[in-house]
Design a protein around this ligand. Structure first.
Ligand code: ADP
Ligand code: MG
Length: 255
């Protein structure tokens, strides 16, 4: 058998194959994901959309190695997660995966800069100075690096959280409704920064959102319904995403 699958060298940052995730058992069994196969190409910005409860967060958590799968497989780069023991998995999550949550999860006693470099500090790695400068200048907080989270706006705090995810140069960043707690102006700041990280730094980003305007920042949108991949759209615009969502809504009401 070849050491790596054929797509290993073809620029796939992460992929799932027949990923199934169930919670509970018996009458309480929930199939959150049902045989989802999806690849996230390097340097691509993907938005994941779908109704509440359709499995978006579960997909992100499983693809990021934060949650075990029930069956199927997940790869980060060429690494098949099921081949890793707990220590290796912890290290992979730390070194190769960035995660941005709806709540910013910054440490209140640390400055913005200390929060950004925290993953490196924990890993005992020294920041790559040039890269750190680039991330910091892109995040647009050069004048705020000594501030603590409480002294920053919501949009600024979330940009710190995204910078923190970027600083270790992960293979992929997963963001679960990163603008969910922000007003539209602060949301636009964060979305612009995420898009810049893809365009200018070649970062791979996968973002859950229910907002067609947010989805339009992405290169493609995948639609989930009932734990399955339902559709995909390249080069989305807010209007086209909205039309697609309306079409889904009509179909599910009449079926
Ligand atoms: P979304 O992010 O699209 O709103 P989720 O991935 O959070 O959806 O959830 C998908 C389905 O899995 C839902 O039916 C949800 O109730 C169920 N689910 C999620 N997490 C758990 C859990 N820890 N235990 C039981 N069921 C869960
Ligand atoms: Mg969710």
């Amino acid at each position: 058998m070849a050491p790596h699958p054929p797509y290993a060298a073809t620029g796939i940052a992460a992929a799932t194959a027949d990923l199934t995730k169930t919670y509970g058992s018996g009458d309480a069994r929930v199939v959150a994901l049902d045989r989802v196969s999806i690849a996230f190409r390097e340097g691509e910005f993907t938005a994941v959309m779908g109704p509440s409860g359709c499995g978006k967060s579960t997909l992100l958590h499983c693809a990021a190695g934060l949650d075990p799968v029930s069956s199927g497989s997940v790869r980060i780069g060429t690494t098949e997660l099921s081949t890793l023991d707990d220590r290796q998995l912890t290290r992979l999550r730390r070194d190769r995966v960035g995660f941005v949550f709806q709540a910013f999860n910054l440490l209140p006693t640390l400055t913005a800069l200390e929060n950004i470099t925290l993953p490196l500090t924990i890993a005992g790695r020294r920041p790559d100075r040039a890269w750190l400068d680039r991330v910091v200048s892109m995040v647009g907080l050069s004048q705020r690096l000594g501030h603590r989270p409480g002294q920053l706006s919501g949009g600024q705090q979330q940009r710190v959280a995204v910078a923190r995810a970027l600083v270790a140069r992960p293979a992929i960043i997963f963001a679960d409704e990163p603008t969910g707690n922000l007003d539209s102006r602060a949301g636009a700041e964060v979305l612009g920064f995420l898009r810049d990280s893809v365009r200018e730094l070649g970062q791979t980003v996968v973002m859950v959102t229910h907002d067609p305007v947010a989805a339009a920042y992405a290169d493609r949108v995948v639609f989930l319904a009932d734990g399955r991949l339902a559709d995909e759209m390249a080069r989305p615009t807010a209007d086209r995403v909205l039309d697609r969502m309306k079409a889904f809504g009509t179909r599910s009401r009449t079926s």
